[in-house]
Design a protein around this ligand. Structure first.
Ligand SMILES: [Zn+2]
Length: 370
């Protein structure tokens, strides 16, 4: 140990003398060749120019530091799962103008959510799956909705009320319509908890009940009975009219409920029919479709293949135009008693998608920045 320490001390001592020797050589060289260095006039302008550009150089360096910091912040956001991978188009929240009714059927896969909106009133029928609530809230805000006047939870299945608890907590509707049919799922319990926490009035409408919101008239056609064995048949079925135009929303009502609604003698004709139970052949019996005679049919599904061949054939026979939420959000507009329809493609209504980026990937980016 002692020998090694002595040797290391020797190394340092040697380096010191090497430096002294090099410095001496430099001084001797300058003594003999100092006159050969360029005169002051030659290097002074270059130094002055450098000094003159010093602020600009400093600004650029500062900008680069800022850019680097911004990248670090962006990476941190990604790491924290806050970065939007799809930017929302910079659109002003837009609500329906005066004298216009807008009916949106949102693209929700095999789930249901419909917004009915006038310039000063908004109603949501169903709220999709629980995992879709964040996107639905954003979409509603994008459409200028700050408060919902009422919500309809057609029946307690998760593809209709999964997102309802979040919708209730965010938009605090004045009233919630729901059938007298309970369910044992977490989604249903969460909806009831939200209704209680926000002290929202609940109404279980009876077939034949009507209500009016400004120029919007609503007739509840179902459920006619409260003893159906199938939960879908407990769906709230409502017919909404605005001027001469009518919309019929079926929830997931099946043929048993349709038979009872037909037997009730209620007026069923509608320009637009939200087809029952995602186009399945459990619903949309021939007699019922004949009574509705819709010009348009909305199928809420992630593929038009979900529409049963039998229902498709019945609608085709009536000359009905079939629209599926697979293509995007479907928007019906009623103005001056004229009905128009458009599909808002996913690109136009792009909801932000959140993506998890692993720590390793973020670390790679940090290494690149520095
Ligand atoms: Zn459903």
């Amino acid at each position: 140990m002692a020998r090694r320490r002595r040797r290391r001390g020797g190394h340092n001592f040697g380096a010191f003398w090497v430096c002294i020797v090099l410095l001496s050589i430099l001084l001797v060289w300058l003594y003999h060749h100092g006159d050969e260095l360029p005169p002051t006039e030659q290097w002074q302008p270059a130094v002055e120019q450098a000094v003159e550009h010093l602020p600009e150089t400093a600004r650029r360096i500062w900008e680069q530091i800022q850019n680097g910091a911004q990248q670090v912040i962006d990476e941190a956001k990604t790491f924290l799962n806050l970065q939007q991978t799809t930017a929302l188009p910079a659109v002003k929240p837009e609500t329906a103008p005066d004298g216009q009714l807008r009916v949106y059927s949102f693209q929700m896969g095999n789930a249901d959510a419909h917004l009915i909106q006038t310039s000063d009133w908004a109603m949501l029928i169903d709220a999709g799956e629980a995992g879709q609530s964040e996107g639905l809230v954003r979409r509603l805000k994008q459409l200028g909705v700050t408060k919902l006047d009422c919500v309809v939870a057609t029946h307690p299945h998760a593809d209709h009320i999964g997102g309802m608890s979040e919708i209730i907590r965010v938009f605090e509707p004045a009233v919630c319509y729901l059938p007298q049919a309970a369910h044992t799922t977490d989604e249903y319990a969460q909806m009831l908890a939200a209704l209680e926490d926000c002290q929202i009035d609940t109404v279980a409408p009876q077939a034949g009940d009507t209500t009016v919101f400004g120029d919007v008239h609503i007739s509840f056609l179902g459920p006619v009975r409260d003893d159906y064995s199938e939960l879908n048949d407990h769906s709230i079925v409502l017919r909404l009219t605005y001027g001469s135009k009518a919309f019929l929303f079926m929830g997931d009502a099946q043929s048993a409920a349709e038979r009872d609604i037909l037997a009730s003698g209620a007026q069923l004709t509608a320009d637009v029919l939200k087809v029952g139970h995602h186009g399945s052949d459990t619903s949309s019996s021939e007699a019922f479709l004949d009574a509705v005679a819709p010009k348009y049919a909305i199928v809420c599904a992630d593929s038009i293949a979900g529409l049963s061949d039998a229902v498709d054939a019945r609608l085709q026979a009536l000359g009905t135009t079939i629209l599926c939420t697979q293509s995007g959000d479907i928007l019906f507009t009623v103005q001056d008693d004229a009905l128009s329809v458009q599909i808002i493609t996913p690109q136009a209504s792009a909801l932000p998608v959140f993506r998890w980026t692993g720590a390793a990937q973020v670390w790679d980016r940090f290494v690149k920045i520095f």
